[in-house]
Design a protein around this ligand. Structure first.
Ligand SMILES: Nc1nc2c(ncn2[C@@H]2O[C@H](COP(=O)(O)OP(=O)(O)OP(=O)(O)O)[C@@H](O)[C@H]2O)c(=O)[nH]1
Length: 455
């Protein structure tokens, strides 16, 4: 018998503040949902004062909640593809598929001043990969030094566009939107990938948000991943830097948002220093892949086409997280937090290292069992409402009662995307895995909250 009628959509929640701006309102296709309904919609539907629209490329829900007072003024959301589970006692079949995404991929290259971003970019542009790359360079100040450094070597670049006079994450974000729109409008079909090099002082969050908040960008371009360069010699100083209250430490933020991390300039330091830096990086971000290198020399597949925001690839992020350093001589420094398949139901643990950089850390929860959908939805919804400023990124793979497919999700602050993916195997243990990266995360609390949603 049906306990709940669940409309499961690929969901995207967007908490950007679009207040005061006028948005066109195309017809909404699909369901409407409420703020906490991340996984499902229960009636009645509340719409608040939302404007809504349909986005052709991806099934998604967008709505805004981070700042409730603000949100009530300017929230918007939209949904397209939906799927319905059958009643729990019947064989449920979630038919939602993550559709092919043909948008142009874009990679953000970030990293502290002097960490080797331009060097990496030159490596990308001069390598033989057959991709036509459009580059967006962000430079502080009017003289585009990096631009000229890149341009001289960039025979492979289809276009190099400079964004001067400010940092992408703050003043020139609107310019980024215009620039991407212009690239797409004028040069679509002439390039295969966009690479954006940020200034060394950029906080990646608003740049990431641009890809979801701005329709002109979202409809044509998908964020492929955030690649962060870390200067093996100087990163420690930057990570240590005490910032005034309310001011972010960019070096920490850049690591926290990364999908792939490149510890560069390893020629300048010894093994011990690198190992200790890697440990520190891992404590901030367990989810990202990590490579050590000199002069940005990494395989191009490590930088382009990484799918850091693709639901299809969530599994590789949450499985084995913290163990992905690609380095022949390195013994991985991660907690053993993998679930023992023979553990009993609800046996679980989280991993969380309190030793360094207590501000920004990773918390992972792994436990077997099935979730009460309604409770999980409420828990995650509340968590995002209350803590989305502090939750930088999260990814997860969930086992939901009554759902014979795994539910995968990922989020960046108050952006949330989730969808059922493949069927659970007949003998496969239904293990939930979630990783959070954020500020002042309380591992015990997160675990307790999650556990309370298990049946
Ligand atoms: N020794 C050494 N030097 C490197 C390495 N990678 C880059 N460099 C040098 O470090 C300097 C800074 O490199 P860039 O690529 O300009 O760094 P960036 O991150 O673009 O710098 P900003 O634009 O100032 O943020 C240059 O002189 C590079 O040649 C490396 O692995 N080892």
């Amino acid at each position: 018998m049906a306990m709940l009628s669940m409309d499961i959509a690929t969901t995207f929640i967007n908490f950007t503040t679009r207040c005061g701006r006028h948005h066109r309102t195309p017809p909404l296709s699909g369901i409407r949902t409420t703020v906490p309904a991340l996984f499902f919609k229960s009636s009645p539907i509340k719409t608040h004062s939302l404007s809504s629209k349909t986005l052709p490329c991806l099934p998604r829900t967008i709505f805004s909640t981070s700042d409730f007072s603000k949100a009530n003024r300017c929230r918007r959301f939209s949904v397209s593809a939906t799927a319905t589970t059958t009643p729990q006692s019947e064989d449920s079949d979630v038919s939602t598929k993550i559709p092919p995404d043909n948008r142009i991929p874009a990679t953000i290259i970030t990293g502290f001043l002097g960490s080797g971003k331009t060097t990496l970019l030159n490596h990308i542009l001069t390598a033989d990969h057959g991709k036509r790359i459009a580059v967006i360079e962000n430079e502080y100040g009017e003289i585009d030094i990096d631009g000229s450094l890149v341009a001289t070597k960039a025979a492979g670049a289809e276009d190099i566009v400079m964004l001067n006079n400010g940092c992408l994450c703050c003043t020139v974000r609107g310019d980024l939107v215009r620039m991407i729109a212009e690239l797409v409008n004028k040069k679509k079909g002439k390039f295969d990938h966009i690479v954006i090099e940020t200034t060394g002082l950029a906080n990646p969050a608003p740049i990431i948000q641009t890809f979801y908040a701005e329709d002109q960008v979202f409809n044509e371009v998908k964020l492929d991943g955030v690649v962060t360069l870390v200067d093996a010699k100087h990163a420690g100083f930057h990570l240590d830097e005490d910032k005034p209250k309310g001011v972010v430490n960019e070096a920490v933020e850049q690591i926290a948002y990364a999908d792939h991390i490149i510890v560069n300039k390893t020629d300048l330091v010894g093994e011990q220093e690198i190992t200790s830096l890697v440990k520190r990086i891992r404590n901030i971000n367990r989810m990202a892949h990590l490579k050590r290198t000199e002069f940005g020399k990494v395989d191009l597949e490590y930088v382009l086409g990484i799918g850091g925001f693709d639901l299809e690839r969530i599994e590789s992020s949450v499985n084995d997280e913290g163990a992905k350093e690609d380095h022949a001589h390195h013994s991985h420094d991660h907690d053993n937090h993998h679930h023992d398949e023979h553990d009993h139901k609800h046996d679980h643990h989280h991993s969380h290292d309190h030793t360094h950089d207590p501000g920004v850390t990773s918390v992972s929860i792994v436990c077997e069992g099935s979730l009460d959908l309604e409770k999980a939805d409420r828990w995650l919804g509340t968590l995002l409402l209350e803590r989305s400023d502090d939750i930088y990124r999260m990814k997860g793979l969930l086992s939901v009662k009554g759902m014979d497919k795994r539910f995968v999700f990922q989020g960046v602050h108050d952006l949330f995307q989730g969808s059922p993916d493949r069927l659970w195997g007949a003998d496969e243990p239904r293990v939930n895995k979630i990783v959070f990266i954020g500020k002042n995360l309380n591992a015990e609390e997160l675990e307790k909250g999650f556990k309370s949603c298990l049946l």
